[in-house]
Design a protein around this ligand. Structure first.
Ligand code: HEC
Length: 189
């Protein structure tokens, strides 16, 4: 008889426990993760000058390690780059090795592994001019750097994909493609 009473009590407690008022929130344990104490990034903020939590960077701020390039896109600016910019990296075996890797990643698909303009995409994309042609050989280093950064005609810009130092190393590598004897001579230590 006792066992039966106990069973009834447990059963009725369970039934009561299952009853839910769905219009009210359940018991929350440690709700700090849900209701964050600090201001959210994009929330209004009564303390800051412009009323926003995420402060705008101070005017003229430059990200750490960023090298600003004061040259716009276009052929005149490309020619100016050719006059004003010098390759800051001396050609060494390491620089050329890195240039080769990045060239084959970013330029080879269009320009081909040797720069002849016969990359894989030329099946569907207009064939680029050969980088071994006299015109490309005459382009100063700074202008090639500018063409990589901002593109030229049908060639898309690569400034956002290829880091500035890699662009300069690619320039060295392109010079080696144009003049294979260069690596054998004294100008590559
Ligand atoms: C999507 C294909 C494509 C990619 C990728 C590409 N290029 Fe080009 N490139 C072209 C085309 C097309 C031209 C001709 C552009 C024009 O003048 O209309 C060109 C032109 C050039 C020129 C100028 C040649 C001249 O005679 O005027 C240089 C230098 C050059 N590319 C270097 C590079 C380098 C270095 C890379 C890699 C960082 C690269 N390109 C990536 C398609 C590409």
């Amino acid at each position: 008889m006792r066992g039966l009473h106990l069973g009834v009590v447990v059963l009725s407690l369970t039934v009561v426990g299952c009853e839910q008022d769905e219009t009210r929130p359940n018991f929350e344990y440690a709700p700090d993760m849900v209701s964050s104490v600090p201001y959210d990034t994009f929330a209004a903020n009564p303390v800051t000058v412009d009323g926003k939590t995420l402060l705008a960077p101070v005017k003229g701020t430059v990200p750490r390690g960023h090298q600003p390039l004061h040259l716009a896109a276009g052929p005149e600016e490309a020619a100016r780059a050719g006059r004003e910019l010098q390759n800051p990296y001396p050609a060494s075996p390491e620089v050329l090795a890195r240039g080769k890797v990045t060239f084959s990643r970013y330029c080879g698909p269009c320009h081909g592994p040797e720069g002849l303009g016969d990359g894989l995409v030329t099946a569907r994309f207009p064939m680029p001019p050969s980088l071994l042609a006299e015109r490309a050989k005459q382009l100063p280093d700074g202008q090639v750097f500018h063409i990589i950064t901002h593109g030229q005609g049908l060639m898309p810009p690569h400034g956002s994909q290829v880091a500035p130092e890699d662009r300069w190393k690619i320039v060295h590598y392109v010079r080696t493609l144009q003049d294979p004897a260069r690596t054998a001579r004294k100008d590559v230590p």
